[in-house]
Write a protein that binds this ligand. Structure first.
Ligand SMILES: [Mg+2]
Length: 434
């Protein structure tokens, strides 16, 4: 593990470091620092005006210092003279409580104090589109059922293989890449790991995919629903919890689906808080065009609309695909990598502490038979509903941190207001002659 960035620079011929932090809206903000200045920056941090990014700070606040975490450093495979390093935000000698990486580190600390280590893998789907974002980039990618289309994935081999080669070089353990269920959509999988490692890699993955796409004259988007009628970008999370002795706390062959009592309780926490945590896992106006969506051209949305769980069946919010883990299918491509992990841990720990019951398991095809399920709560229909649910969920707000929750709700409500004041053609078409 890297501990001294100056030594790292000399050893790896790094000329510049990107000291990078992620704000509440998932924006990655960085300063480029020459290697000769990195020793001071590692000690003191790089100065930022916090108000200039989405952190709910004012212009009057003092400098915010982003202190790089050397364990996270990654040399850019496509520009090796530059290294990216995730940073933690401080102000006046204290952590900025609402900064997403600080929120996650605090929750990991709470889990650790109770003897648990949360490990996750994420499936960050994306589209390759034209540089102006108006359409997918491959005009020949028109199949009605494009999932796993081998011809289409090979037409984008240069992009996909370059990214996968980089993940191999970085030691992330990538193991498969495919064309996904929408025209122009792809998914690349790498090995699961401890939540902070996954959050840093998820952030870097988005940066890397966008950078490589740009290099090839394309644009990559993780937007939840970039094209009506096509499957949206999910960011499914595979979750397991490990004991301090290294054993999987979710695995128990004697229990239903191989999920231990602790696994059920953790899942119970996710189910209990689902409509509130959607404000984090589905954080944009557009997110709600992916969930609750009408059937797509391919035949399914692959996204949930109801708070239900099941075994190995992709039509529910949670799938238990095998022993010792479960898949949360709710998050989308807009999710903030640090807040995704944070809210999983916050809801799951509450489930463990309260011995939450995940409720009845449904093994039906939820897309076809969902109307037969009575009493299962629906997911929020829009961002405002989700924010209201989050605001009502006092225990989740408290677990995520009062400072974080207040800042997030304030900024996201402003975003909703800006959307709500936007006049649309739909309104004119449906109201002009009323
Ligand atoms: Mg997928």
């Amino acid at each position: 593990m890297t501990t001294d960035l100056s030594t790292y620079a000399k050893k790896n011929n790094v000329k510049y470091f990107m000291i990078s932090y992620t704000d509440l809206f998932g924006g990655q903000r960085a300063k480029l620092v020459p290697a000769q200045a990195i020793a001071d920056m590692q000690r003191d941090g790089a100065g930022f005006a916090g108000f200039a990014t989405w952190l709910d700070l004012t212009p009057a606040h003092p400098d915010m210092l982003a202190v790089p975490d050397p364990a996270s450093v990654i040399q850019l495979p496509w520009k090796p003279e530059v290294a990216w390093v995730a940073a933690d935000c401080l102000m006046d000698g204290a952590e900025v409580a609402q900064a997403p990486r600080n929120t996650l580190r605090r929750l990991i600390g709470e889990a650790s104090a109770e003897g648990y280590q949360v490990k996750t893998g994420v499936e960050a789907e994306f589209f390759l589109v034209l540089p102006d974002g108006s359409a997918i980039s491959d005009p020949a990618d028109t199949a009605a059922k494009p999932c796993y289309d081998q011809q289409a994935v090979m037409r984008r081999y240069d992009v996909i293989a370059e990214i996968c080669d980089y993940m191999l070089d970085l030691g992330w353990g990538p193991y498969q890449n495919d064309h996904e269920d929408a025209n122009g959509q792809f998914e690349m999988n790498w090995a699961f790991d401890e939540a902070l490692v996954t959050a840093d890699r998820h952030s870097f993955f988005k940066f890397m995919v966008r950078s490589v796409a740009e290099k090839h004259g394309l644009r990559a988007t993780f937007m939840p629903k970039p094209f009506p009628g096509l499957t949206g970008n999910g960011c499914h999370a595979h979750i397991s919890v490990w004991n301090s002795d290294g054993g999987n706390a979710f695995a128990d062959d004697d229990k239903e689906l191989g999920l231990s009592d602790k696994g059920r309780n953790f899942l119970g926490g996710i189910m209990k808080h689902a409509s509130a945590l959607a404000a984090i896992t589905n954080p944009t106006v557009n997110s709600y065009k992916r969930i609750n969506a009408p059937r797509t051209i391919s035949g399914a949305t692959w996204s949930p609309n109801t708070i239900t769980w099941t075994g190995n069946n992709r039509t529910h919010m949670v799938r238990v695909p095998g022993p010792g883990r479960f898949e949360l299918r709710l998050p989308d491509g807009a999710v903030n990598p640090y807040l995704l992990q944070s809210v999983i841990i916050a809801a799951g720990l509450d489930g463990l502490r309260s011995q939450a019951d995940p409720g009845r398991r449904y093994d039906i095809d939820m897309y076809a038979m969902g109307h037969t399920v009575k009493g299962a709560p629906k997911l929020p229909l829009n961002l405002l509903d989700a924010l209201r649910e989050f605001d009502r969920d006092k225990s989740l707000k408290s677990a995520m941190g009062e400072a974080f929750s207040a800042a997030y709700l304030k900024l996201k409500r402003k975003e909703w207001d800006s959307y709500a004041q936007h006049f649309t053609q739909w309104e004119r078409d449906n109201t002009l002659d009323i």
